[in-house]
Design a binder for this molecule. Structure first.
Ligand code: FE
Ligand code: FE
Length: 318
């Protein structure tokens, strides 16, 4: 007898990341270790150990030039960010107050570790020699390692490791880090779809996991604040501080740099993209770097507002 795969983790039936993260409600009790074992290794990832269908190969237009520059920078940065996320999540596992949240964060830790692996290994499919993969990741990610990754990692370590603040760590992950990065991941899946279908599948699989991370993180924070209303002012202040920090980091410049390279690639390879629409009614070839970035920013704002409201934390936006 086979166990049915829940729709939200099924490759063909899962909603998109943005809809899923805004409309679904999942708790740590729903998404325990047993759920994960059936839904993810035997569901989402079945037949896709590298994050994509094994038959998908990278085309020659990706192996050099502007698309190569754009995707190697993006994927190296994300491989490094996911690696850092994996390491800091170990402190949420260690400090989880009960079994459901401990099990849930143990599964999220493996999810992020896998994301790091598939982003990193895609660089090998793009022609980076496997023996020098670790150095290549550092090189490609280097422009924004010190200015973006290091300060975010430092803040996570203060909250999760030094202060052993479980709920602070949950809020940090779900609102500041993953909440802000999810729309960029959605953009990535949509724009690489016609150009590098393996990459688009890697993004899609990570997005399915992300629906769970965002919704369960929000449910944990929501329940905590219902049980401990005295913690609200502190959590609100943390969110405000996290959002201020995010504003000060050069993430806007980082995404724009990649979009500008991507645009150069579009000009060279418009024939491959054809009439593909990045969103309904808009052909990818007609978009600009600013338009793509602004759209992802608007998704991010909409998602943040909706999720803060669900947690009863909308005052953090004022
Ligand atoms: Fe991830
Ligand atoms: Fe995640």
């Amino acid at each position: 007898m086979t166990t049915p795969i829940p729709a939200e983790a099924d490759w063909d039936r899962a909603p998109g990341l943005l809809e899923g993260a805004m409309d679904l409600e999942l708790t740590a009790q729903d998404c325990d270790l047993r759920y994960w074992l059936q839904a993810v290794p035997q569901g989402t990832l079945r037949g896709r150990p590298d994050g994509h269908h094994p038959d998908l190969k990278v085309g020659p237009h990706m192996l050099r030039g502007p698309f190569y520059d754009a995707i190697t920078q993006e994927y190296a940065f994300r491989a490094l960010a996911e690696e850092k996320a994996t390491r800091v999540l170990s402190f949420l596992v260690a400090n989880a107050p009960d079994i459901p949240s401990m099990e849930f964060y143990a599964t999220q830790l493996i999810d992020e570790c896998r994301h790091s692996m598939v982003f990193r290994n895609h660089l090998v499919s793009l022609g980076v020699p496997a023996e020098r993969l670790a150095e290549a990741v550092e090189e490609f990610a280097s422009p924004y390692r010190e200015t973006v990754i290091d300060p975010l990692e430092q803040r996570c370590l203060e909250v999760m490791r030094d202060e052993r603040d479980f709920i602070g760590g949950v809020v940090m992950m779900t609102i500041i880090l993953e909440g802000a990065l999810a729309p960029a991941a959605e953009l990535s899946e949509r724009k690489w779809r016609p150009l590098d279908p393996a990459a688009a599948e890697i993004d899609k699989g990570a997005g399915i996991d992300e629906i769970r991370h965002l919704t369960v993180g929000a449910a944990i924070a929501r329940q905590h604040l219902l049980d401990h209303p005295e913690d609200r002012p502190r959590v609100v202040e943390m969110i405000r501080e996290g959002m201020r920090m995010w504003e000060e980091l050069p993430t806007h410049q980082m995404v724009l740099d990649r979009e500008v390279r991507f645009q150069e690639g579009l000009a060279l390879h418009a024939d491959i993209v054809g009439d593909y629409e990045i969103w309904p009614g808009r052909r990818l070839v007609d978009t600009t770097p600013e338009e793509r970035q602004d759209t992802a920013d608007a998704w991010s704002d909409e998602m943040k507002a909706k999720r803060l409201k669900y947690m009863g934390l909308e005052e953090a936006l004022r």
